[in-house]
Design a binder for this molecule. Structure first.
Ligand SMILES: O=C(O)c1cc(C(=O)O)c2c(n1)C(=O)C(=O)c1cc(C(=O)O)[nH]c1-2
Length: 237
């Protein structure tokens, strides 16, 4: 049987980008969030549940580092941990990171820190989907775990839209409440391309390319499932 040829980089990138229709940008819950149709209770459920995703991302990235034998990639990936966890200065003070900014968003929509951190609002389906993402990063080859993060190629546009829509449609939300997203938009504009370049560089066989595409597809399912579970939790509360 003839072996299937490796895709050239344009074909490979096109196959990855071709998954954009599966991204959570079009999920009905996101549409309602952006359109200003969520009440305060629903927004709180969204923020508290998204916290769980945010909170494990550094562990997911640490798993990638621990599985990766390439020093240059580990160096690059370390910045992601610092981005979310913040950084301790020599004088012991801490420069805040993305996690802290997400907690501030939670407070802005009316949640106490404690009720976010103790996970009392966490929907089982969100825990299940998010944990599956971390397990994927811990157990699959590092390149697949990196490829699963390529949803970030699609996220910059969505987050820009989210900031504009939330400010326009929820009059009680202020620009500073959305600092998590404004900060993140800048970060992903570079990271998204950097990750794509890396996946193209290291996925050199057809099998590795297929695995990278499957990993991105899996991640789209993770994100979609998170919103399915949030939607359900918001509906019944
Ligand atoms: O608000 C969003 O729509 C959105 C999407 C994504 C994504 O597409 O994975 C991430 C984020 N935000 C985000 O804030 C974030 O820190 C993040 C990390 C990752 C990842 O897979 O490593 N995705 C995302």
């Amino acid at each position: 049987m003839p072996s299937v040829a490796v895709r050239n980089s344009e074909e490979f990138v096109a196959a990855l980008r071709g998954l954009s229709h599966r991204y959570w940008g079009t999920h009905p819950f996101h549409r309602r969030l952006h359109a200003g149709e969520l009440d305060e209770r629903e927004l709180r459920i969204w923020a508290a549940n998204r916290w769980y995703y945010q909170s494990v991302i550094p562990q997911k990235d640490a798993a990638i580092i621990s599985n990766c034998p390439v020093p240059r990639i580990r160096r690059q990936w370390l910045d992601r941990l610092i981005y979310h966890d913040g950084r301790q200065l020599p004088d012991g003070s801490v420069v805040e990171g993305g996690l802290e900014r997400w907690l501030r968003l939670c407070e802005a929509v009316g949640l106490d820190r404690e009720e976010v951190l103790d996970e009392r609002h966490l929907a089982p389906g969100v825990r299940f989907a998010v944990d599956a993402y971390v397990t994927f990063a811990r157990t699959r080859p590092w390149l697949e775990a990196v490829a699963s993060g390529l949803t970030e190629m699609f996220s910059g546009h969505l987050m820009k839209q989210r900031v504009a829509d939330m400010l326009a449609n929820y009059e009680w939300i202020r620009a500073e409440d959305l600092a998590y997203f404004t900060n993140r938009i800048d970060a992903v504009s570079g990271e998204g391309q950097g990750t794509l370049d890396l996946v193209v560089e290291f996925a050199v066989t057809r099998e590795q390319q297929n695995a990278a595409i499957a990993a991105l597809s899996f991640k789209c399912d993770v994100l979609w499932s998170i919103l399915d579970a949030i939607e359900r939790a918001a509906a019944k509360a």
